[in-house]
Design a protein around this ligand. Structure first.
Ligand code: BES
Ligand code: MN
Ligand code: ZN
Length: 498
């Protein structure tokens, strides 16, 4: 699917797409189609009961009086209520509707429809981005080459007034979509293919975008004293890794970076505190936090963000084995703090603890965002539409909430408080790794906060419910969502770019 922006008149062949507002008020181009077809558009609107509400689609095939194969009307609803994310969703709906029919050439016009204070040219770029986002499929391991049946669109011509403006907006959105695709790919990969070593290899591929990549193996991690992270990987045949990705885009190369920190448990059996068999297969997505950090680094480097950003991910596999850690083991973290491991299934926090400490010591970040599929309790609390956030900074938390609204990746803040923190006190060590069933997502966040020094602004995002979707959305098939990439990209754009 390739996209071209043009300011000349809409073509008259292929598939032509125009809009209609609420109460089926036809746009300028839709009116032209209606004239050329001798009223076929108005007739189809009537016959179908098309109202023009947001996301509604009407298709007219082989219209008499025109060369086109197909005319498509897309409802935009009430214009004053429209958001750019609605336009992206429209693009997604359009892709879903048209791609199974393999149109060679699709031409789209928004007819100058400005959206939420942005020009129609920018809105049109968002429509294209929505089409791209919806086009992702994970088919790496399908051997039957049923290419004929694979949904596809040849080329998409977008009608705009200022080609430069539209293209600039599009290039940026396209880079972000590529980041989203990387995350979806990584999260979809099965754990026999994606394990710490192969995951780290994926980081190295970002070097071609100008990202500096460092991978630490077990020998180095032992030397450094990452006892909490290493304990999680002890029962695995796979070597644990830490991947560090640095993007230097700020004018001042010495400016303190933003740190993005990801949980990369490539498979979580629970360890000796073994999970039940039913549903265990879901734990291939327990590397989702790291997947988002990889995707965000790709997006930021791809669009040459003017910010310094360091991504760090702990890549481990949590297996039960003769040499696995045991419930009641006491481990010493990189910070020197000791942890009594009372449940080996609360492993993500052990991995994050060490890389949080490490990134603070080595990179002195101005802010830290960590992402993790950390607790099942998160799904109980917020389901699959909002991710929970936990923060020591009202400002950062507010910034993230705003960014979430902008890109429609929603977050909701939950409290941190000493009364929750004290649930982690241990008889035998500095802390234990579980706080009991109540407020399970909060006590997990409190655990992480124990490794944040000097009140560095920090936010933890628990993406247990949002990394994977059991049903499709406007801009994603079911499966790995890529949730978080656009959120982080927007946060960086809003707050940290020079
Ligand atoms: N990776 C899981 C959390 C999870 C569960 C994410 C389901 C997505 C879907 C995490 O490592 C875990 O096992 N957490 C435990 C914590 C408990 C032992 C304190 C949980 O949520 O049950
Ligand atoms: Mn677990
Ligand atoms: Zn886990």
């Amino acid at each position: 699917m390739d996209f071209t922006f043009s300011s000349s008149a809409l073509p008259t062949s292929g598939t032509l797409v125009a809009t209609a507002k609420a109460d089926a008020v036809l746009s300028k181009s839709a009116q032209v189609f209606d004239k050329l077809t001798n009223g076929a558009v108005a007739k189809a609107v009537e016959a179908e009961g098309f109202t023009g509400k947001k996301g509604e689609v009407l298709e007219i095939l082989a219209p008499a009086g025109m060369d086109a194969h197909r005319l498509v009307l897309v409802g935009v609803g009430k214009v004053e209520e429209l958001l750019l994310t609605d336009i992206e969703n429209m693009g997604g709906a359009l892709y879903k509707r048209l791609s199974p029919k393999h149109p060679e050439a699709v031409a789209v016009t928004l007819d100058g429809l400005a959206v939420a204070g942005q020009s129609a040219d920018v809105a049109t770029a968002h429509l294209a981005a929505g089409m791209i986002l919806r086009s992702y499929r994970f088919d790496t391991y399908k051997t039957k080459k049923d290419d004929d049946r694979k949904p596809s669109i040849g080329s998409v011509a977008l009608h705009v007034s200022d080609i430069k403006e539209a293209e600039a907006a599009f290039l940026r959105l396209q880079a972000v979509a590529e980041g989203v695709f990387l995350t979806r790919q990584l999260v979809s990969e099965p754990p026999n293919k994606l394990y710490p070593e192969t995951f780290a290899d994926e980081a190295r591929k970002l070097e071609e975008l100008g990202v500096k990549v460092t991978v630490l193996g077990e020998k180095k991690l032992k030397e450094l004293g990452m006892g909490a992270l290493l304990a999680v990987g002890m029962g695995s045949e796979r070597e644990s890794k830490v991947a560090i990705m640095e993007w230097q885009g700020a004018k001042d190369r010495k400016e303190a970076p933003v740190a993005l920190v990801g949980k990369g448990v490539t498979f979580d059996t629970g360890g000796i505190s073994l999970k039940p068999a039913a549903g265990m297969e879901d734990m291939k997505f327990d590397m989702g936090g790291a997947g988002v950090v990889f995707g965000a680094m790709k997006a930021l480097a791809g669009r040459k963000a003017k910010a310094n950003v360091v991504g760090i991910c702990g890549l481990v596999e949590n297996m039960p084995a003769g040499n696995a850690q045991r419930p009641s083991d006491i481990v010493t973290s990189y910070s020197g703090k000791t942890v009594e491991v009372l449940n080996t299934d609360a492993e993500g926090r052990l991995v994050l603890a060490d890389i949080l400490s490490y990134v603070q010591e080595k990179h002195k970040p101005r802010a830290i965002v960590d992402l993790a599929t950390l607790t099942g309790a998160m799904i109980i609390a917020l389901g699959h539409d909002y991710a929970g956030i936990f923060s020591n900074s009202d400002e950062l938390s507010e910034g993230l909430t705003q960014a979430g609204k902008t890109v429609d990746e929603k977050v909701w803040r939950l409290p941190l408080d000493d009364c929750y923190d004290s649930l982690l006190n241990s008889e035998a060590a500095d802390m234990k790794n579980i706080g009991g069933r109540p407020a399970g997502s909060i006590t997990a966040a409190q655990f992480l906060q124990r490794f944040i020094e000097n009140d560095t602004p920090w936010v933890h995002i628990d993406i247990a419910g949002t990394a994977w979707a059991g049903k499709e959305s406007a801009t994603a098939a079911k499966g790995a969502t890529g949730y978080g990439v656009r959120l982080l990209d927007q946060l960086v754009a809003d707050r940290y770019e020079s």
